[in-house]
Design a protein around this ligand. Structure first.
Ligand SMILES: Nc1ncnc2c1ncn2[C@@H]1O[C@H](COP(=O)(O)OP(=O)(O)OP(=O)(O)O)[C@@H](O)[C@H]1O
Length: 676
C-alpha cells in the first residue's frame, strides 16, 4: 500500500513515504482537533456550491457523497478530466466506481463501495483525507487547474528543456477540441505530479530545493543520537555530505590523523548510504528520463496536431463572435425576462404573504374545528360508553331471557309432545266417535227422511186444521164484536142494580168482646137477617129500654174481613166504570173502625181490611183489562176527628188539615148518618 508523508522541515517541504494516520496523529493541534472541520472546509472550497455545514453529521456527508458526483467533481478539480461525468451516464454507484478506479490508478488508499452505501464513513473520510493530503503539497486554496496553468508557464526542473506550457491554448478556450486537449494535458500533468511526489520519494529528496543548502539540519551534538535512530534515513543527501565533511574538517583542525573507530564506522555508514542512494537515484533518473522522453515525443506530436487545428480558428472566431453577439442579444432578452420574473416573484411573494395569512386563518379554523371535533369525539365516546354499558345490561337481560326462553322452549316442547300424544289419543277417540257418529248420522238420515214424510203429512193436517180454526176464529171475532155490546149492556145493568140497591148503604158490624170483657154484659138483644138490630139499654125503663135499628146489613162478631169486603166489592168495581164511590167507617172510640178498614196486620193476607182488599181488587181488574183499557189510580186517605179532616197519606202528617165544610157531600153524609 502506497503511503505518503508530508514532512515540514527547516529545509522546506518534501514528500516521503509515511503513514497518513501518523500524519494525523503528529500534525498540528488545529488539524488534529478539527480534521473533520478542515475536511468539510476543503470540500466546500473545492466545490463552492456544496455549502456543507461545518458541523455536518456522517449521515449528511453520506447523503452528499453517495451519488459520486461530489467525489468525481473533486477529482476533476484536482486532476481535470480524470473522471468522465455527464453524457448518458447518471450519478450513482457508477460515479463512485469511477472515483475508486482513479484512486486505484493513483495507488491511493480507497474505500469500498459498500462502505459508502452502508454508511460506514470512516474509510470514506480516510480516503478523502489522503486525497487532500496528497494534493496539499500544492496549496489548499489553489485548485489543481490553476496550479497546472501556473506550472505550464514555468519550466519544470524535472522536464528540463521541455516547455509544455499550453497557456495560449487555455486562454483562447474557444475550441472544444482545444479544451479537451487542455484538460487531458492537465490530467497528465497532475498525474505526473502525483507520480513525482509518491513514487520517487528518494529522488525528490535529492532534488535541489530553493531553501535547501543554507544550513545543515544535523548538529554535532545530535549527530551521535541520530546514528542510533532512523533520522539519517530521512535526512537529505546534502546533509549527509555536510556531516561527513564536518567530521573530516574537525579531524583536520585537530591535526589528529587517527580516526576513531566509531567515527570511521559512521563515515562508512554514511558513505554506503550515499552510494546506495546515488545508485538508486541514477537508476530512477535513467528510467524517468526515458519515460519523459517518450512522453515528450507524444506531447510534441500532440502540440503539432493542435497547432494545425488552431490555423482554422480565425474563421471560426468570426463565427463565434457573431454567435457571441447573438448570445449578447439573447442575454439582454434574458435579462428583461429576469426583470419580469423578478416582478412576478414580487407579485408571487405578495400572493404568498396573502396566502400565508389565509393559511394561518385556515389553520386557526382548522384548529378550532379540530378541537370541536375532539370534543365531539369525546362526547361520542362518552355516549358510546353509556350505550355500551346499557347494551351490556340489555345483553345480560337478553341472555337471561334467552336462557329462560330456552327453558320455556324445552318445557313447551315436552308439553307439546305430551299434548301431541294426547291429541293423537284424542284423534283416535274422535275418529272412533266420528265413525260412530257417521253411523248414527246415517241412521238419523233415515229417521230424517221418515220424519220429513211425517212432517209433510202433519203439515198437511195442520193446514187443514188451520183452515178449520180460521173459520172458527172468524166466528169468534163476530162473537167478540157482539161481546163488547153485551159487556156494555152488562155494565149498564150492573150499575142499575147498584142504583136499585141504593147509592148510600149503611152496614153495622158488631165487634166481638175483647179479652178480659164480660160477655154477659152485651147490649145486643136481636140481630135480624134483613138488617134489623135490637139494642137493650138497662139504664132506661119502659119503651126506651129496647131500641130497634135498621141497616142494609148487620155483620155479627164472627164475620171475617173477607165477608165484610164482599158486600162492598161491587160498589168498588163500579169505580172502573166511571162511578164515584165513598166508603167510610163511623163509630165511637174502640168500636173497630181501623180494624175493619185497614186490618190488624198488613203482613197477613187474611187480616187485610177493606182498603187493601179494594185496592188489590182494582189493580187485578185493571191488569186484566190492560190490553183494552188503561187506568190511572189515585188514593186519598183522610181522617175526620173532632170535625177536623186530616190527610193520612201526607208527609206533613197530622199538621195538614182540610176545612170541613169544603166537602158538601160530607155534610150530606153526616146529615144522613144523623138521620139514621
Ligand atoms: N171485629 C173485630 N174482631 C176482633 N177484634 C176487634 C174487632 N173490631 C175491633 N176489634 C178490636 O177492638 C179494639 C178497638 O178497635 P179499633 O181500634 O179498630 O177501634 P176504633 O174505632 O178504630 O177506635 P178509635 O176511634 O179510638 O180509633 C181493637 O183492639 C181491635 O182489635
Amino acid at each position: 500500500m502506497r503511503r505518503l508523508r508530508l514532512t515540514k522541515t527547516r529545509l522546506g517541504i518534501s514528500i516521503t513515504n509515511v503513514d497518513v494516520s501518523w500524519l494525523v496523529r503528529s500534525g498540528t493541534k488545529h488539524v488534529q482537533g478539527n480534521w473533520k472541520y478542515t475536511l468539510i472546509e476543503w470540500l466546500n472550497g473545492m466545490i463552492p456550491h456544496l455549502s456543507l455545514p461545518l458541523e455536518a453529521s456522517e449521515e449528511e456527508l453520506k447523503a452528499c457523497l453517495t451519488d459520486g458526483t461530489v467525489l468525481c467533481s473533486i477529482l476533476n478539480k484536482l486532476i481535470p478530466g480524470s473522471v468522465e461525468m455527464g453524457g448518458n451516464s447518471e450519478p450513482g454507484p457508477a460515479y463512485v466506481k469511477r472515483f475508486l478506479a482513479v484512486m486505484d490508478e493513483m495507488k491511493l488508499p480507497r474505500f469500498q463501495l459498500t462502505d459508502l452505501e452502508q454508511g460506514n464513513m470512516a474509510p470514506v473520510l480516510q480516503c478523502l483525507r489522503t486525497l487532500r493530503a496528497s494534493f496539499k503539497f500544492y496549496g489548499e486554496e489553489e485548485s489543481m487547474e490553476n496550479y497546472s496553468r501556473k506550472r505550464w508557464n514555468v519550466p519544470r526542473v524535472d522536464l528540463e528543456g521541455t516547455d509544455l506550457s499550453l497557456g495560449s491554448l487555455v486562454t483562447s478556450g474557444k475550441h472544444s477540441a482545444i479544451d479537451r486537449e487542455q484538460r487531458r494535458w492537465n490530467s497528465l500533468d497532475s498525474k505526473f505530479q502525483y507520480l513525482r511526489g509518491s513514487v520517487a520519494s528518494d529522488k525528490v529528496q535529492d532534488m535541489p530545493h530553493p531553501m535547501e543548502g543554507s544550513q545543515p539540519d544535523l548538529s554535532d551534538i545530535t549527530f551521535l543520537e541520530a546514528i542510533n535512530s532512523s533520522s539519517l534515513d530521512n535526512a537529505s543527501t546534502k546533509s549527509l555530505f555536510s556531516i561527513v565533511s564536518k567530521i573530516l574538517d574537525e579531524r583536520i583542525e585537530r591535526k589528529n590523523g587517527d580516526v576513531p573507530h566509531p567515527v570511521a564506522c559512521i563515515l562508512r555508514t554514511l558513505v554506503q548510504l550515499i552510494e546506495r542512494r546515488t545508485s538508486t537515484q541514477a537508476h530512477i533518473l535513467k528510467n524517468q528520463n526515458s519515460l519523459f522522453k517518450s512522453r515528450e515525443e507524444k506531447y510534441r506530436a500532440k502540440v503539432r496536431a493542435l497547432e494545425t487545428l488552431s490555423v482554422g480558428t480565425t474563421e471560426e472566431n468570426q463565427v463565434v463572435s457573431n454567435q457571441l453577439e447573438q448570445i449578447k442579444i439573447e442575454k439582454t432578452k434574458i435579462e428583461e425576462k429576469e426583470k419580469l420574473e423578478e416582478q412576478n416573484v414580487l407579485r408571487l411573494k405578495k400572493e404568498r404573504n396573502h396566502s400565508d395569512v389565509k393559511i394561518s386563518t385556515l389553520k386557526q379554523e382548522l384548529e378550532m374545528a379540530k378541537r370541536a371535533h375532539e370534543q365531539h369525539c369525546l362526547q361520542l365516546q362518552a355516549q358510546l360508553e353509556e350505550t355500551k354499558v346499557e347494551s351490556d345490561k340489555k345483553l345480560k337481560e337478553l341472555e337471561c331471557l334467552f336462557i329462560d326462553s330456552k327453558k320455556k322452549v324445552k318445557e313447551l316442547e315436552s308439553f307439546s309432545e305430551s299434548k301431541s300424544r294426547k291429541w293423537k289419543k284424542k284423534e283416535c277417540a274422535y275418529q272412533r266417535f266420528i265413525d260412530s257418529q257417521y253411523g248414527a248420522l246415517q241412521e238419523l238420515r233415515v229417521a230424517f227422511e221418515s220424519t220429513k214424510h211425517e212432517v209433510l203429512k202433519t203439515k198437511r193436517s195442520y193446514l187443514e186444521e188451520f183452515n178449520y180454526l180460521g173459520q172458527k176464529l172468524k166466528g169468534l171475532i163476530d162473537a167478540a164484536e157482539n161481546y163488547h155490546a153485551v159487556l156494555a149492556e152488562n155494565r149498564r145493568l150492573y150499575n142499575e142494580v147498584q142504583d136499585l140497591k141504593g147509592n148510600i148503604r149503611v152496614y153495622c158490624r158488631i165487634r166481638p168482646f175483647l179479652t178480659g170483657q164480660n160477655k154477659k154484659q152485651t147490649t145486643i138483644e136481636y140481630v135480624g137477617e134483613n138488617g134489623e138490630l135490637v139494642v137493650v139499654n138497662p139504664v132506661k125503663q119502659g119503651k126506651d129500654n129496647h131500641r130497634l135499628f135498621k141497616f142494609n146489613k148487620v155483620f155479627g162478631p164472627e164475620v171475617t174481613q173477607e165477608e165484610v169486603f164482599l158486600d162492598t166489592q161491587p160498589l168498588i168495581r163500579s169505580v172502573l166504570d166511571g162511578y164515584n164511590v165513598c166508603i167510610f167507617a163511623y163509630g165511637q172510640t174502640g168500636s173497630g173502625k181501623t180494624y175493619t178498614m185497614s186490618g190488624p196486620s198488613v203482613s197477613s193476607r187474611e187480616d187485610w181490611g177493606v182498603n187493601y182488599r179494594a185496592l188489590n181488587d182494582l189493580f187485578q181488574i185493571s191488569q186484566n183489562r190492560r190490553n183494552s183499557i188503561l187506568y190511572e189510580v189515585g188514593v186519598q186517605m183522610v181522617e175526620i176527628y173532632n170535625e177536623q179532616v186530616r190527610d193520612l197519606l201526607s208527609s206533613d202528617g197530622p199538621q195538614k188539615r182540610y176545612p170541613l165544610f169544603s166537602f158538601s157531600w160530607f155534610s150530606f153524609i153526616l146529615k144522613h148518618i144523623t138521620l139514621c
